[in-house]
Design a protein around this ligand. Structure first.
Ligand code: ZN
Length: 116
């Protein structure tokens, strides 16, 4: 499962950073996830519940911010949003090549924790 390995990586990274900052508990983890990653928020939350169960994470919540898939046409430079059909044809000029601006994101925006 794609989401499970993502969350495993996220939890490992947060744990490492929390220890570095002297935090004993993690309360909240905020993730930014682009549509192009094909990671479903529900599945990410489910995976988080399954993985983040130890002392440090037992009260932690996961917040996910989804980023739409947006492109810029390489021909006329107009920006447009791409939906689930993955149609990258420019709606302005019909050009078939576009650069992705947002939608590939997959990173930890921030996390919060306690020292005790
Ligand atoms: Zn165009």
């Amino acid at each position: 499962m794609h989401e499970l390995s993502i969350i495993q990586g996220v939890v490992d990274a947060v744990r490492e950073s929390a220890i570095e900052h002297g935090l004993a508990r993690v309360n909240k983890v905020k993730l930014v996830v682009g549509k192009l990653t094909a990671a479903l928020p529900e599945s990410l939350c489910f995976a988080f519940e399954a993985v983040a169960v130890d002392e440090m994470f037992k009260d932690a919540t996961l917040e996910i911010e989804e980023r739409e898939l947006c492109c810029i046409c390489t021909c006329c430079q107009s920006r447009f949003q791409v939906n689930e059909d993955y149609n990258f044809i420019c709606p302005q000029c019909g050009h078939g090549q576009a650069d992705i601006i947002t939608g590939r994101e997959l990173y930890i925006d921030y996390f919060e924790g306690d020292e005790v």
